[in-house]
Design a protein around this ligand. Structure first.
Ligand SMILES: C[S@@+](CC[C@H](N)C(=O)[O-])C[C@H]1O[C@@H](n2cnc3c(N)ncnc32)[C@H](O)[C@@H]1O
Ligand code: SF4
Ligand code: SF4
Length: 426
């Protein structure tokens, strides 16, 4: 039997990950129904998986070498001071839960109490003391890619001062990330085993949440990101919410950032959702530069349709109706060779940035499938080839961002403007 690369131990038949895989399997979904399977998955995630991730984050923070400690003590992350993220398991976080796996409260609680909860304040303290002990130091692209902001700026000092003065002074979250609906028009193998669209009952609950929690929460916010869980255009709940936001003067200053696979992002959706004048940044996850690869990693996505939509999106970027356009790729065995071409694709379609991040283990695929796809493992047969690709000049262009892949990059990548390859690529 294979051993776990993370622990070196035999994977337990009753490990939390196995339970999640079980709850997501088609046979179980058919037998107990999606709602019950989701409830099991939420329980396992909230009570077991998160605890493991929290312990791992803490251990990573304790294991940082002197250079990393010095870096963290002289840099700052504003996310826990200005960001709140909802999840489909009903919890609320002060950053992406993959990067910072400790929840600060629940979605059904008063959002102001959640924002000022004891644990939220402890997380902020850990940024200020430079330990980052709640953060996942390997998965967080800002830590792994050394992309935190310097600590000695007026803005960082202001965040810290407001935090110290407490609830009466500390501002509400500027940025709210909505990730509580997994509904999506695609079933990318990196993310899920089949198409998931919330049923009518679940949608009604979500829309109820719009009235009770989301609209009040967003009145205080400056930016909303839709979505990190499903798709901004593939979710009826999010489409309904966007329509509410763009129709009301109460939200005229709220910027909507869209995170989407782009398949449904066309002129008609732009019009139906009344997006003009409301959009800030747009992130399109594409994961491929060639049609065959796209068909494999973004199922059942249509590459020709994507390209048509990207041409439309480019026009919105050119008029400034989209303020920042990012293309992103989750790097895995199936697509790493296309990284340089993907940067060129970003240039062709007017992207401001092209972001790469490493493929992560998720409960929807087996450990064997993960090991086949995870190109970051030095034992992977294509790992050396992957490292070679990271020398490609395109990856040193200013628009290329290696995210948490920076840990694999040649020494000069983080300092690309001084790197000889970077200069050649300009
Ligand atoms: C879950 S999606 C939701 C937003 C939208 N549907 C999209 O694909 O952009 C959020 C991000 O997770 C990424 N993702 C999916 N599976 C992943 C995996 N196994 N490891 C790392 N990132 C993954 C997607 O590429 C996307 O950028
Ligand atoms: S350092 Fe990374 S994990 Fe920690 S709060 Fe900032 S973005 Fe989140
Ligand atoms: S498009 Fe996004 S949410 Fe949908 S399956 Fe793919 S990665 Fe997941």
């Amino acid at each position: 039997m294979a051993t776990s690369k993370e622990t070196g131990k035999q994977p337990s038949a009753l490990s939390p990950r196995r339970l999640l895989q079980w709850a997501a399997s088609p046979a179980v979904l058919d037998f107990i129904g999606r709602d019950r399977a989701d409830a099991v998955a939420s329980f396992v995630n909230n009570n077991l998986i998160l605890k493991l991730r929290q312990r791992r984050a803490y251990a990573q923070s304790q294991a940082q070498d002197e250079a990393a400690q010095a870096y963290l003590k002289t840099h700052f992350c504003r996310r826990p001071f200005n960001t709140m993220e909802t999840t489909h398991t009903g919890l609320v976080f002060a950053c992406c839960p993959v990067y910072l796996p400790t929840p600060i409260g629940r979605l059904d609680e008063n959002h102001r109490d959640v924002w000022h909860s004891d644990i939220a304040n402890k997380i902020r303290d850990s940024i200020i003391d430079g330990s980052y002990s709640y953060c996942d130091h390997v998965n967080c692209p800002f830590i792994a890619g050394r992309q935190l902001e310097p600590r000695d700026t007026d803005e960082a000092r202001e965040f810290i001062e407001h935090h110290r003065k407490g609830r009466a002074v500390a501002p509400p979250p500027l940025q709210v990330v909505l990730s509580h609906d997994k509904s999506c028009n695609l079933a990318c193998p990196s993310c899920r085993s089949g198409i998931y669209v919330a049923n009518k009952a679940r949608q009604a609950k979500l829309d109820d949440l719009t009235e009770k929690s989301l609209l009040p929460m967003l009145k205080d916010a400056g930016e909303v990101i839709i979505t990190g869980s499903g798709d901004a255009f593939g979710s009826n709940h999010f489409r309904n919410l966007i329509k509410r936001l763009t129709a009301s003067d109460d939200y005229k200053d709220l910027q909507i950032h869209l995170h989407t696979n782009g398949q449904l992002f066309d002129e008609r959706a732009w019009r139906d959702l009344n997006l003009s004048g409301h959009v800030g940044a747009v992130q399109i996850s594409i994961d491929a530069a060639e049609a065959d690869t796209y068909a494999n990693v973004r199922r059942p996505g249509n590459f020709a349709r994507l390209l048509k939509n990207l041409a439309f999106i480019k026009t919105k970027r050119e008029t400034g109706e989209i303020q920042h356009l990012m293309f992103s790729m989750v790097v895995q065995d199936a697509n790493y060779r296309e990284m340089p071409a993907f940067v060129r694709m970003g240039q062709d379609f007017g992207a401001d940035s092209v972001m790469f991040n490493m493929y992560r283990q998720r409960d929807v695929f087996s450990k064997g499938e993960y090991e086949d796809a995870f190109i970051g493992d030095p034992h992977h047969p294509d790992h050396a080839d992957f490292l070679e690709i990271l020398h490609a000049p395109e990856l040193y262009l200013p628009i290329a961002n290696l995210g948490n892949l920076a840990a694999y990059a040649p020494a000069g990548w983080l300092d690309a403007d001084k790197h000889p390859i970077g200069q050649a690529a300009e």
